[in-house]
Design a protein. Sequence first.
Length: 71
Amino acid sequence: MPTFEAHRLALVEAGVSTGIERDAWVEGFRCELKIEAINRLSLHFLFEAQFPLAYLVRINATMERLLDLYE
């Protein structure tokens, strides 16, 4: 089971009963993933132009992998 599905089920089990349809949840997750890729990664690349960030390659690879998995 994907981690995002485990979080949705935990909310359902906790008694949250409004707006947790699986399709809407997955679409929200996909949208948030794209927002993070655009906002956060772009800032990392901007900083990397001035200050070398050794971890940026790993972060970028992880984001690309997540986008491939959930696209």
